[in-house]
Design a protein around this ligand. Structure first.
Ligand SMILES: C[S@@+](CC[C@H](N)C(=O)[O-])C[C@H]1O[C@@H](n2cnc3c(N)ncnc32)[C@H](O)[C@@H]1O
Length: 275
């Protein structure tokens, strides 16, 4: 017989203690408080086997969010699966900037390009119910996850499958947000920190020897055709890509260019508006 307390202690010998606790809570469907107050409660044989499998996967580098099936973003919990990028804290900067725009225009037409799990689209629609939110992704599997998240948070969003602006015809928006794949194909980070478990289509444009900017080029070059006058494009990028992205924004006929820093003081989001 294995108690909750023993399960946590044994798992902590193989993986990070906090990860171990969250996996024990997941398998035993209990809270942190239960775990402390009822440490002697026994797990079933089936629960012990399930926990062992999860701990093994975590020890092999699989991200905790995929094992738990969810991840937090901007005060909400979102379903995630290996079909989608795990939402990153850096992307909360993009959400915050979009929120600032929508405070001025709460009934805006908003487009989220490369929606993945839908974190941006769902967060914005929940905070601004009068906004009309559309979200595009090339991956049908990602859109299935995004739809589940929209249902979970009762957010009415139009989801479209396709290549960036292709499914939108000539439609225009007040605000376009995008967190496209921007890691260069040769970047060694792609082989570390759980990234091999995430969908490569969400991380890199896959262009051999490229600069990782190909998706951002597609998003920026189409923006002026899909923004309403005065509309904004906000795009997340790599810490060393801000100068190149501002150049693309200028070439794409956008003005009022700005770059914002994330909590690590890295240039992380750039944007411009259509005059
Ligand atoms: C970095 S992830 C961002 C996911 C989510 N927006 C977030 O911030 O967590 C990039 C997303 O772009 C999508 N994507 C990649 N290529 C695309 C394309 N050609 N057209 C539309 N979406 C694309 C990927 O499937 C992935 O979901």
């Amino acid at each position: 017989m294995t108690s909750l307390g023993d399960a946590w202690r044994l798992a902590s010998e193989r993986i990070d203690r906090l990860d171990a606790r969250l996996l024990v809570q997941q398998v035993a469907t209990c809270t942190h408080a239960d775990l402390l107050a009822h440490a002697a409660r026994c797990l079933s044989v089936e629960q012990v086997a399930r926990l062992d499998k999860l701990v093994r996967r975590r020890a092999a580098g699989e991200p905790l969010a995929y094992l738990l099936g969810s991840a937090p973003f901007h005060d909400r919990e979102f379903l995630v699966s290996p079909a989608v990028l795990i939402p990153r804290p850096e992307t909360e900067l993009l959400a915050e900037l979009a929120i600032e725009c929508l405070r001025l225009l709460p009934a805006a037409k908003v487009l989220d390009l490369g929606t993945g799990s839908g974190v941006l689209a769902v967060t914005l629609k929940c905070l601004f119910p009068e906004a009309t939110v559309s979200a595009v992704d090339v991956s049908q599997a990602a859109l299935d996850v995004a739809r589940s998240n929209a249902r979970r948070h009762a957010a009415e969003i139009r989801f479209l499958q396709g290549d960036w602006y292709a499914p939108l015809g000539e439609e225009c928006f007040d605000l376009i947000v995008a967190n496209p794949p921007y890691v260069a194909d040769a970047d060694p980070h792609l082989g570390r920190d759980g990234l091999p478990f995430e969908p490569q289509v969400a991380l890199t444009d896959g262009i051999r020897g490229g600069d990782g900017l190909n998706c951002i080029r597609a998003v920026v070059s189409g923006a002026s055709r899909h923004l309403l006058p005065g509309g904004w494009l906000l795009v997340e990028h790599g810490y060393n890509q801000a100068t190149a992205v501002r150049h693309l924004l200028r070439e794409g006929d956008l003005s009022g260019l700005v770059t914002w820093h994330d909590l690590s003081h890295l240039e992380r989001v750039s944007g411009g508006c259509l005059r």
